[in-house]
Design a protein around this ligand. Structure first.
Ligand SMILES: [Zn+2]
Length: 104
């Protein structure tokens, strides 16, 4: 599985990880809302999601957010199940910490 080769620097490993994620980028997603093509697709952090290789989120012009995930079938299934179970906790809430804080 390529474990024998030199691992390289951390920067190289990060670049390789990003390249691996990019290799799974879908050309487009089909909007869950209007059925149109979604070509504005961004990667989402999969940290803490065991078995998930990559998650992509597409923002359609109609305002609907559509997800795609790749990885182990069971993990992908569980991810989408969690999304459907808890729509308020979708990854659409991605405001950075500190942004959107209201200070009186
Ligand atoms: Zn749409």
């Amino acid at each position: 599985m390529g474990q024998a080769k030199n691992r390289g620097t951390q920067a190289e490993r990060i670049a390789q990880a990003q390249a691996k994620i990019e290799s799974t980028r879908p050309e487009k997603l089909v909007c869950n809302g209007c059925g149109g093509d979604v070509t504005t697709i961004n990667p989402v952090s999969t940290r803490g999601l065991r078995g998930i290789d990559a998650i992509w989120v597409g923002q359609c012009d109609c305002g609907q957010t559509t997800f795609a995930a790749s990885g182990e079938p069971n993990a992908v299934e569980a991810f989408f199940f969690a999304l459907s179970e808890n729509t308020e906790l979708t990854l659409g809430r991605q405001e950075k910490d500190g942004a959107g804080h209201e200070t009186a």
